[in-house]
Design a binder for this molecule. Structure first.
Ligand code: HEM
Length: 473
């Protein structure tokens, strides 16, 4: 009993001290000059829980937008257990992600790091990160992606094959199947079916546990995900041993990672390779699937635009002998209307609403102190939806991309050292989908047409249930 009382007292005192120091708007720090700087405006909410409840009791985007309206482009808060600074201007995003990127390290909850694997590149910075990034980037370069156009198209066609209007499809789940198979292609190239099935089964369990409360107790989703993650290590280990024996130079992520000598004879371990394979599969699947689901919704909701995209794609189909010839890389580059639809979808949906960094030192920004250890969140969504950079920002209007956006105002794939190395592959998937969808199908959304769900990326309500009918040739 005494112990409990002491603990409660300690918690109260600690919270009080924490509250006082936050409310003062100042914080002691090592650097004399920076110590005098004020913290950004904003509120830190309650001790420990901060403003986490406010964040989760409404649409997250409303939370960020209302804060920005109240405090301006830089404000402090306390969410998910951490004091945080949020930044909602292109200039600030450039500062954190590009010019002063060395002062901000990537940061993820430990429970999530355990599931993906601690050696995955997006948890790191510095030498290890740049060494890994070189390999990941070379496996996803435009030259490599060009050589995969036909395979991506074949995966898409087999996904679309079962869509015949007789059943309602959860569009997001179908898009996830497609993006997962493309992820497998990018990582392994050709892969035997039994490996593919085992990977899929275990990866699904990891995926399901990723956003659950990290309770490592028997029967919990998180525990199941951890066990599945261990099995993934075993399966990937077997694939690695086979590939090492064959030893031919493959243009896929595994090939590049196996060939990872850094010039000093240092080779990546199998565990490091496995973490990065899971990391890339993870980064590739829901992101791309979510954007493709939004594209389908926006085209559905804008019939005139759909007609224009259809006309552009039908011209390509005709030049490919009515589809008897496959789509080529150069054709995917020459679809101006469709490209603008993709950009506008990326802006409107902004499926990565913000990214997370942590200040590795006390940092001064625009006269404010960002204290060492605080989380720092550049808010992509606020920038993409600001009327200062995009007129009538909540209106879906691809023509706005007839003119290039100003620097650092459009960052669907991030920016700087951690920007998305998979963006060319993602765009290829989206363009290929649009080509086949608009030339071969008509579709109707079923049920509630509006609303957004977070999975954790924003996705149309219920994954956009829809019926797709094949058009007769
Ligand atoms: C439309 C789909 C996609 C979107 C919107 C997207 C967006 C992003 C963003 C915003 C970042 C930067 C995160 C940060 O700065 O913290 C990122 C990083 C990353 N993305 Fe993507 N991504 C997509 C698809 C893909 C695909 C298809 C792959 C792989 C095949 C991929 C692999 C990665 C990796 C490995 C990173 C981490 C890079 C690093 O830390 O150096 N992404 N992505």
């Amino acid at each position: 009993m005494v112990l409990v009382v002491c603990l409660v007292a300690l918690v109260v005192i600690a919270s009080f001290l924490g509250l006082v120091s936050f409310r003062n708007g100042r914080r002691s720090c090592n650097s004399k000059d920076k110590g005098k700087l004020p913290l950004p405006p904003g509120s830190m909410g309650w001790p420990y829980i901060g403003e986490t409840l406010q964040l989760y009791s409404q649409e997250p985007n409303l939370f960020f937008t209302s804060k920005q309206t109240r405090y301006g482009e830089i404000f402090k808060t306390h969410i998910l257990g951490y004091p945080s600074v949020m930044l909602a201007s292109p200039e600030a995003a450039r500062f954190v992600l590009v010019t002063q990127a060395h002062l901000f390290k990537p940061t993820y909850p430990k429970s999530k790091e355990r599931l993906i694997g601690p050696s995955a590149l997006f948890f790191h910075q510095g030498g290890y990160h740049s060494r890994l990034r070189k390999h990941v980037q070379s496996s996803l370069s435009p030259e490599v992606i060009q050589s995969k156009v036909n395979e991506v198209e074949a995966i898409l066609l087999s996904t679309l094959d079962s869509w015949d209007g007789s059943r309602v499809i959860n569009t997001f789940q179908e898009m996830k199947k497609f993006s997962f198979e493309v992820g497998i292609l990018a990582v392994f190239g050709n892969l035997e079916n039994h490996y593919r099935e085992e990977l899929k089964k275990n990866y699904c369990l990891v995926d399901r546990g990723y956003n659950c409360f990290p309770w490592n107790i028997p029967g919990s989703r998180y525990r199941k995900a951890l066990l599945a993650r261990r099995d993934l290590d075993r399966i990937i280990g077997e694939i690695i041993s086979e590939r090492k024996e064959k030893r031919f130079n493959e243009k896929n992520l595994l090939g590049c990672l196996l060939d990872s000598s850094d010039g000093k004879g240092e080779i990546l371990t199998d565990a490091q390779i496995a973490d990065n394979i899971i990391g890339v599969l993870f980064a590739a699947q829901d992101t791309t699937a979510s954007v493709m689901t939004w594209v389908i919704k926006y085209l559905h909701d804008n019939p005139k635009l759909l007609e224009a995209v259809k006309a552009e794609q039908e011209a390509i189909l005709r030049s490919n002998c009515e589809g008897f010839q496959p789509l080529s890389w150069s054709q995917t580059r020459a679809m101006p209307i469709t490209h603008r639809v993709v950009k506008e979808t990326l802006r409107m949906a902004t499926i990565i609403s913000f990214t997370y960094r942590e200040a590795v030192a006390d940092v001064e920004y625009k006269g404010y102190l960002i204290p060492k250890g605080w989380k720092v969140l550049p808010l992509f969504r606020n920038i993409h939806h600001s009327p200062d950079y995009f007129a009538d920002p909540d209106n879906f209007d691809p023509t706005r991309f007839e003119v290039s956006p100003k620097p650092y105002t459009f960052m669907p794939f991030g920016n700087g050292v951690h920007c998305c190395p998979g963006n060319e592959l993602a765009k290829l998937e989206i363009l290929t989908l649009i080509h086949h969808l608009v030339t071969k199908f008509r579709w109707e959304v079923v049920g509630s047409q509006n609303g957004t769900q977070y999975s954790p990326f924003p996705v149309p309500q219920d994954g956009l249930p829809a019926r797709f009918w094949k058009l007769s040739p």
